[in-house]
Design a protein around this ligand. Sequence first.
Ligand code: F2R
Ligand code: MG
Ligand code: MG
Length: 323
Amino acid sequence: MFDDQMRNRFIGSLLGLAVGDATGAPFEGLTASHIYQTGPARKLLENPREYFFVKDESSPTLRYTDDTQMMIGITETLIECHEIQSDYLLQRFLFHYDPNRGYGKGIRRLFTKLRREISLDEAIRSIFPDGSFGNGAAMRVAPVGLFFAFDLDRVEAEAEVSAKVTHIHPLGVEGAKLLALAVALAATTPTGTLRRDDFLRQLQQRTQTEEFQWQLETLRNINRDVPISFGNGAEAHRSVVSAVQLFVDYPDSFFSVLQHSIGLGGDTDTIAAMACSLSGAYLGKDAIPPHLLDFLENDQPFGREGIEFLAIRLFQEAKLSLF
Ligand code: F2R
Ligand code: MG
Ligand code: MG
């Protein structure tokens, strides 16, 4: 169960998330047609130096954003606590918070307010009274799907706790549960055997909101030749199923998942982060193109090698937590 292949999938998922985030980030907010006219995305990715790397000839770098930074906080929490403890997770989010990493508006306001000693619930509701339905809880949740991969009920429960630290709107929470479940299923399906409809049916059975129900139902009834998109926005219900769609439509190619994530336009870093965390969980680290992975920022302790180290620790602790 927890063998070398699984270890490789943990690494593939977390590094995949970071590579997707960092390559999508320069295009976040642009329209699909703008990206097409500049690229298209396949060409951009084949020759990333000009479009993706932070301009520093001495050390070209792909720089990740809030998606990866918050994933690191979740990974650390699971390594330390073997479950999501809300207080611990919030402290890790605040420790890593860097306003230059492109955080969502609501999150920036939330973290600023928390410094003024009001309660978490009061702070959350003062921004969006019903809570945020942003995709921020889903973009960071992959480690939960990996850690509890063989227990889908636990995946759902822990993903919910992780979401509610910042996102209490039912769509924000369900987006996180859905993505964590998808990561768990991807990580436990033998490579080369993914059955599209089985995968989507299992997700649909575990979703409640009408919004995610109709999207998954529609996705089950189309194939990748049908040009239906489930959105490219920063809202959970306008991006999470899009990421799932990209993974099930291109299960055997990390590069294609990434290319089509960027080609969608809009919230490119986050859609790529979510879709590539699925692809990496299914295909493992070796599927990530080295001409991108080698240039992921590598400042210690939380660069490329640091994320790989965290993924290995997460794997080891997941194995330990079973005994
Ligand atoms: N915020 C960004 N990108 C903006 C540009 C960044 C720029 N390049 C830079 O460098 O500064 N990206 C990140 O935000 C998304 C994740 O957002 P999260 O964490 O869910 O935050 P938030 O603010 O809670 O929600 C995002 C937006 O969704 C809308 N929204 C959410 N709940 C709402 C509600 N109840 N009512 C109305 N609107 C709601 C708002 O527009 C929020 O700002 C990722 O893309 C990540 O990469
Ligand atoms: Mg981001
Ligand atoms: Mg984004």
